[in-house]
Design a protein. Structure first.
Length: 248
C-alpha cells in the first residue's frame, strides 16, 4: 500500500491506482466530464486537474489517468489548479457554448473570457467520446466520431439512420453535457433519426425498453425477451421462493 496526502488528508492506495479514483474513494471531489466507471479512463476533457508535489517540485496532472506509484502530496483546488481549470473550461465553453453544465462549471471556477475565439454554433458536444464508447461496449457500434478539426462530430454512418441502433439511450444517458437529443411519448422513442416502439412490463405497465433493445438482450442471453420490469421480476422470484419454502 502507498500512503499519500490529498488536501492534507492521509489516503492509502494500491500502486498504479489512478488518482481520481483514490480521491473519490476518500470523499474528495474532483470535477470531471469525460470520466465514467463503466467505460474506463481516457483523459479527454482535462477538467480533473490536480497539483502533485513530490520532493518539493510541483506539477499539474490529469488525475483520471495519473497512476500513483509513490508517496506524494496532492492539491485538488489550489490556486494553480483553479487557474488551469479556468483555461480548460474557457476552451470547453467555446467548443460547447449551448451546454448548461459547461456554463455552470464556468461560473463556479470563474473561467476566463474566451470571446477572442470563435464558438461553435448551437453545440453542446465536447467530443469526449463517452457515447461512442458506451455504444461500442454494448456491441452495437451504431455511432462513432467522424470528421476532423472543428467539423469532427459524433454520428451514425453517413449520417443515415443506423440499422444497428436499438434505441437503448445509453449514449444519451452517459453524455455529460446533454448533447444527444431524443424524444419519447407513451408509445414511441425517437433518437438518431429512428423511431422505436416501447415495450411495457406486462405486470405493472412500466416501460422496460424498446422492442429492438429487448430482442438483442434476449439473443445474447439465450433466453426469451423480457416481459417484466426488474422490480416485478424480483417480486415474482420472491413469490416463487416463498411458495417453494412454505413462507407464504
Amino acid at each position: 500500500m502507498i500512503e499519500i496526502q490529498i488536501n492534507g488528508k492521509t489516503c492509502t492506495c494500491e500502486p498504479g491506482e489512478f488518482l481520481l479514483k483514490v480521491a473519490a474513494r476518500n470523499g474528495i471531489y474532483i470535477p470531471t466530464l469525460c470520466h465514467h466507471e463503466g467505460v474506463g479512463e481516457q483523459g479527454c476533457c482535462r477538467l480533473c486537474l490536480a497539483e502533485v508535489v513530490e520532493r518539493g517540485r510541483s506539477r499539474i496532472v490529469v488525475s483520471c489517468v495519473f497512476p500513483v506509484e509513490k508517496p506524494i502530496e496532492v492539491y485538488t483546488d489550489s490556486e494553480r489548479v483553479r487557474e488551469n481549470r479556468a483555461v480548460v473550461l474557457m476552451l470547453l465553453k467555446e467548443r460547447a457554448p449551448e451546454s448548461e453544465e459547461i456554463a455552470r462549471l464556468c461560473e463556479e471556477y470563474q473561467a476566463i473570457d474566451g470571446s477572442r475565439f470563435k464558438a461553435l454554433d448551437n453545440e453542446k458536444c465536447i467530443m469526449c467520446g463517452l457515447c461512442a464508447r458506451a455504444c461500442q461496449s454494448l456491441g452495437t457500434g451504431a455511432i462513432a466520431t467522424v470528421g476532423r478539426g472543428t467539423g469532427k462530430k459524433v454520428s451514425t454512418p453517413y449520417d443515415e439512420p443506423s440499422k444497428d441502433c436499438v434505441g437503448c439511450l445509453s449514449c444519451a444517458r452517459i453524455c455529460p453535457t446533454g448533447a444527444i437529443p431524443y424524444k419519447q411519448d407513451e408509445k414511441e422513442r425517437r433518437i438518431w433519426d429512428r423511431s422505436f416502439t416501447l415495450v411495457r412490463c406486462e405486470s405493472c405497465g412500466e416501460i422496460i425498453g424498446t422492442r429492438e433493445e429487448l430482442l438483442l438482450a434476449a439473443e445474447r442471453g439465450g433466453r426469451e425477451p423480457d416481459t417484466l420490469c426488474a422490480s416485478c421480476r424480483q417480486k415474482q422470484m420472491a413469490d416463487v421462493l416463498a411458495h417453494t419454502y412454505g413462507l407464504e
